[in-house]
Design a protein around this ligand. Structure first.
Ligand code: UN1
Length: 509
């Protein structure tokens, strides 16, 4: 395995874990060891952040904020533009690291870096468009408007499955808004965070941006708790499971902080008799097995009209036979490993539960054995015939398990699609306008993302990304998601010689 990309990204075998920007603070006494799910080898170690070092980080970030908020937004955008360019230069190496540390295919690793580049471009444009509204005052000689100011420190907690892109959705937008960021990456992919910071710090240094604008802390949920309980961190943006989000959301709410949650999905595609089977197959298979079923947008359920059910299921079985599972850095492979052995166990437990709850395996699962699967994390994508109400179907298993469910009437299919605790992504496959519009109507999908003739995964950065119910309600990335990273201020200015009160109140002295 050629790992030259590690050197290019400035990674060593042993990396201190806590960065107040360019410098590492303190000396770690405990380390996270990052093993690749690709070949089971130790890639490197990263120091765990102590509470004392966290305090140093926050102080640096607070100092940096005082300076950064005064830099004009378009100038902040210029720094982000340069980061986009630096990512273009490092796309190959960083994509390889994502693939090696996380296990997704190289195509998807590069895709993730492209997603970072795209959000940089978006943020540059945004830096000249942080608009507020102007309103008419009811009082003569008065003017009213609103403006948006940065919040301060944004705490970013990111998940292993998108170890670089989801951070950048948050950090690039937050930074053009004038915020500073402290990033706690997943303890399963800590080197990706350090690589992103290494590239970023060169750009920040060249632009004389203060230390502390982008800080890294490392560790498990305990390190995350330093931020969630900390009133000096006004916004916590957390990506991960609904279980984690409920804890983070309530801790942050208890101190009346803001949280932006992007949590679990249980995404379905409705396949109607008016669909194009080629589009269905491509969308469903990529949606279900891409990133080895570990996207929050992965397709978990296919709700298929009974008249085409056997045709669709037999075509799917054929398509699954073509899948090549193996080293994700090998361009011939479609599917890489799961992130770790715990994920393999969760996958196996779910298959057991499917059978116990009455489901039938149409394409059986299993763990792959042999030299090239030495890490023990390679599993077979599988398909099960189930009913929507099964407990296991209601639950998000982060693995390539696709559920097939039959429907009769479209209203019933939409009801099933909505009848899960999560509400992230959804899709309908149809060339019938009425079916598509019903699905998109207020009586249709209840998800944050609803697509027509596209799978559930692979959203572009330009739209707001997130979902409802147990997905947490947050919106990141494009559209006006930037507003979550700023505080709104309403300003009323009196340029008359009087002081008339609103609502016609008289108060004469
Ligand atoms: C995630 O899985 O947390 O829409 C993010 C997608 C990607 C992002 C997924 N652009 O599938």
């Amino acid at each position: 395995m050629n790992t030259n990309f590690l050197k290019q990204l400035g990674l060593n075998k042993s990396n201190e874990g806590t960065w107040t920007g360019r410098k590492s603070v303190g000396k770690s006494t405990e380390f996270i060891e990052s093993y690749s799910p690709v070949d089971g080898k130790l890639i490197g170690k990263v120091g765990i952040t102590s509470e004392k070092d966290y305090t140093k980080v926050v102080r640096k970030a607070e100092d940096a904020f005082k300076k950064w908020r005064k830099v004009p937004a378009p100038k902040r955008g210029e720094v982000i533009r340069q980061y986009g360019d630096a990512l273009r230069e490092n796309k190959d190496a960083l994509g390889r690291l994502v693939s090696y540390e996380m296990g997704k295919s190289l195509q998807e690793g590069w895709g993730e870096v492209q997603e970072m580049i795209d959000i940089c471009d978006f943020a540059v444009g945004l830096s000249r468009q942080l608009y507020g509204l102007t309103m008419h005052s009811e009082r003569p000689g008065h003017r009213m408007y609103e403006q948006w100011h940065p919040l301060g420190i944004v705490g970013i907690i990111s998940a292993f499955n998108f170890p670089v892109a989801v951070w950048s959705w948050n950090a690039m937008i937050a930074m053009v808004c004038g915020d500073v960021c402290i990033w706690k990456a997943s303890e399963k992919t800590p080197l990706c965070a350090i690589a992103c910071n290494n590239i970023f710090q060169k750009v920040l240094k060249a632009n004389k941006v203060p230390e502390g604008v982008n800080c890294i802390i490392n560790g498990d949920y305990k390190v995350g708790e330093y931020m969630t309980y900390d009133p000096r961190v006004p916004l916590i943006s957390a990506t991960g499971s609904s279980r984690m989000g409920k804890i983070v959301g309530s801790v942050v709410a208890s101190r009346l902080g803001k949280s932006l949650l992007e949590l679990g999905g249980n995404n379905a595609i409705i396949v109607t008799p008016n669909s194009d089977l080629n589009v269905v197959l491509a969308g469903a298979v990529f949606g279900a097995v891409g990133t080895c079923g570990q996207r929050c947008t992965s397709t978990r359920r296919l709700i298929i009209h009974e008249s085409i059910y056997s045709k669709v299921s037999s075509q799917l079985k054929k398509a699954y036979k073509q899948l090549k599972i193996g080293n994700p850095l090998d361009p011939n492979m479609h599917v890489g490993p799961l992130i770790d052995k715990d994920a393999v166990e969760a996958y196996l437990n779910s298959i057991k539960a499917i059978k116990e709850q009455g489901g039938k395996m149409l394409v059986p699962g299993g763990v792959l054995k042999g030299d090239e699967y030495d890490s023990g994390c390679y599993v077979k994508p599988c398909i099960a015939e189930v009913e929507n109400h099964y407990k296991i179907v209601q639950h998000e298993t982060f693995a390539p398990i696709l559920y097939l469910i039959k429907y009769n009437e479209l209203e019933e299919a939409i009801q099933m699609q909505n009848n899960v605790p999560q509400g992230l992504s959804s899709a309908i496959m149809t060339n019938n306008l009425k079916e598509a519009e019903l699905f998109l109507s207020s009586a249709g999908s209840d998800c944050g993302i609803a697509n027509v003739n596209i799978g559930t995964s692979g959203a572009e950065i330009g739209g707001a990304f997130g979902g409802e119910k147990e997905t947490g309600g947050g919106r990141e990335s494009g559209s006006d998601a930037w507003k979550a990273y700023m505080r709104r201020q309403t300003n009323t200015i009196n340029y008359s010689d009087e002081l008339p009160l609103a609502q016609g109140i008289k108060f004469d002295l």
